[in-house]
Design a protein. Structure first.
Length: 150
């Protein structure tokens, strides 16, 4: 799905477009289709992703900028929470006991019914634990956990 298509420049035989689209959109195919519709042919010379989900290139920090920061606290301030890119996936808040067993590799029962599939896992202190999978019987099994300081 194309949500927005903006003509940024048109010089000679080159066109620069900015496209806001859904995942799975084939931008190279779009360029080919535009060229065919115009009767002149077209292809992609340069393709640059400016954003994906909540992440945008203009909010990024370059490696050079990071190296120039004098303290580790400043560098750490540039980091975003790793689960911020997973907001489209349902979250499961675990009890202390469920957290204990899940971190030891066991599937656990949860209070609310979730559809089978991937979920984000959080402990009672709202710390991101990693990813789990809701099983057919409603329990949640750990799948990709983040190392925890104990």
């Amino acid at each position: 799905m194309i949500r927005e298509l903006v003509l940024r420049s048109f010089e000679g035989d080159r066109v620069e477009l900015e496209i806001a689209c859904s995942k799975g959109t084939y931008v190279r195919t779009l360029a080919d289709d535009l060229g065919e519709a115009l009767g002149c042919g077209a292809h992609v010379v340069e393709l640059r992703r400016l954003a994906i989900g909540p992440l945008a290139v203009d909010a990024a920090v370059t490696l050079e900028q990071l190296i120039k920061m004098p303290t580790s606290a400043e560098r750490a301030g540039c980091l975003i929470p790793m689960d911020s890119v997973l907001t489209a996936i349902p979250d499961v808040r675990l009890t202390l006991l469920a957290t204990h067993y899940l971190l030891r590799g066991q599937a656990v029962s949860v209070r609310h019914g979730y559809a089978p599939g991937w979920v984000r896992l959080y402990d009672p202190d709202d710390r991101f634990l990693g990813m789990g999978q809701v099983l057919d019987d409603g329990r949640v099994a750990p799948r990709r956990l983040i190392a925890q300081k104990l």
